[in-house]
Write a protein that binds this ligand. Structure first.
Ligand code: ATP
Ligand code: MG
Length: 417
């Protein structure tokens, strides 16, 4: 809940790393949020991990709200499982990291989890009474991506929230699918990118015409989409044809072509996986039917990267309130006697605090605070001694002067807002 900056092991860097081209990774590396292991592989340091945790918590709450049950599947995958769907083949899936056990058995590091979850559910789904159900996880995916130029938006090892749904029929599936779509819209709104994020029609697969992507408009995005601003929806370039536009009732002349990043993707899988694995349930007439499935992914790190791309500049970030690494950054300009007390009281009131108690120049402290980007900031300087007031800045609002005696109540109210 709290941290003295003098004890935080990460330090900010004055300059952007030379070998990094993406804006999000440059800022996050300078701020000490992530550490680059190699191209497309990043470790999350304390401040960055707190942001990730906040993003994941928003996603978790929305997945729980639609009945998702959280679990955690293994990364190591057995070959036979993936041969059932032909997805072990390198000509079909080109992102696998594969290796072998000491005894020569082939294994792969999961790039997604439809196959293993379908096999697991064979042990638990037998009757229509077991349906519908949905299961999700936050778990590391491995993908041997060719391109790795977008910082944490595209990495070779990344946490994905993936949810899998199981239903007795297309109708039952459709009801859940709509609730998931709503939950996704809630998530992106709560993450502060709702206005820039569009439900986007993309290629669907065997069982549905389209899948739905959630595309956030931003320059760093690797996808091209066509946006209808009035309807707040979009069409991915990959399915952009006259026929599709007609089908969706969209007019070419009102669409706007732009770059976007796919932050989420939801799919109707139909019976593709249940057929391959013989995942059947017995209906009320004692007849066996294949289970109808869906899959729903979000990349928390890609969301975090998109936030930096949209809200950050080269030297400054302001995290949305809910996502901020700490609720407030308390900055003491040589006034630790007062600041220690504020820090103490805020903690006790349940406000999380990063406290810059270091003995260094004001300019350095403020520049660091800009890079770290906590949503709220309290500056305690020389003036505070005489006036018994401190300066409070919340997000992009104007700086306010608040009485020291009222600062805790002020911040508690701010947190609740
Ligand atoms: P892309 O087309 O960008 O490669 P994808 O369509 O292959 O992504 P999905 O399998 O749909 O990705 O994954 C679900 C979500 O996981 C994506 O919407 C994205 O938010 C996230 N994601 C996918 N690949 C990566 C990656 N390499 N790094 C970080 N996040 C990723
Ligand atoms: Mg996708």
């Amino acid at each position: 809940m709290y941290m003295k900056q003098s004890q935080l092991f990460t330090k900010t860097q004055k300059f952007a790393p030379k070998d990094e081209v993406s804006k999000n990774a440059q800022l996050l590396m300078r701020a000490g949020f992530v550490y680059k292991e190699m191209a497309g592989v990043y470790s999350f340091l304390p401040l960055g991990w707190r942001v990730m945790h906040n993003v994941m918590q928003v996603i978790r709450e929305e997945m729980n709200a639609i009945g998702g049950q959280e679990m955690f599947l293994s990364s190591l995958q057995v070959r036979e499982n993936w041969e059932k769907t032909e997805r072990w083949r390198d000509d079909i899936v080109d992102v696998w990291f594969k290796t072998q056990l000491k005894n020569g058995t082939d294994v792969g590091l999961a790039f997604t989890h439809e196959e293993p979850i379908t096999r697991i559910m064979k042990s638990y789904i037998t009757s229509y009474k077991d349906l519908p159900c949905s299961i999700y996880q936050f778990q590391t995916k491995f993908r041997n991506e060719v391109r790795a130029k977008s910082g944490i938006m595209r990495s070779r090892e990344f946490i994905m929230k993936d949810l899998y749904s199981f239903a007795a029929s297309q109708e039952e599936h459709d009801v859940f699918y709509e609730s998931a779509k709503n939950a996704y819209n809630n998530i992106f709104r709560r993450l502060g990118i709702g206005d820039h994020t569009y439900v986007t029609f993309a290629s669907g697969g065997t069982f549905s015409k389209y899948s739905h992507e959630f595309q956030t408009e931003c320059d760093a995005g690797e996808d091209i989409v066509y946006i209808d601003d009035d309807k707040h929806i979009a069409v991915n370039e990959e399915v952009y044809t006259d026929e599709v536009l007609k089908d969706l009732g969209l007019d070419k002349n009102t669409l706007r072509k732009t770059h976007a990043a796919e932050v989420g993707n939801i799919f109707t899988l139909g019976t593709k996986f249940s057929d391959a694995f013989d995942l059947l349930y017995r209906d009320s007439d004692e007849k066996n039917n294949p289970v109808f499935m869906g899959s729903y992914g979000i990349g928390p790190a890609r969301c975090m990267g998109v936030l930096v791309e949209l809200l950050g500049t080269a030297d400054k970030m302001v995290w949305p309130k809910q996502i901020s690494p700490y609720d407030v950054h308390v900055i003491s300009i040589d006034q630790n006697a007062i600041a220690d007390d504020v820090y103490d009281k805020l903690q006790k009131a349940g406000v999380s605090v990063l406290y810059d108690d270091r003995a260094c120049r004001a300019g350095e402290k403020l520049a660091d605070a800009d890079l770290i980007g906590c949503h709220a900031r309290i500056v305690i300087g020389k003036k505070s001694v005489d006036t018994q007031c401190v300066e409070v800045t919340c997000g992009t609002e104007e700086t306010q002067t608040v009485d020291l005696s009222a600062i805790v109540d002020h911040m508690v109210a701010y947190k609740k807002q």
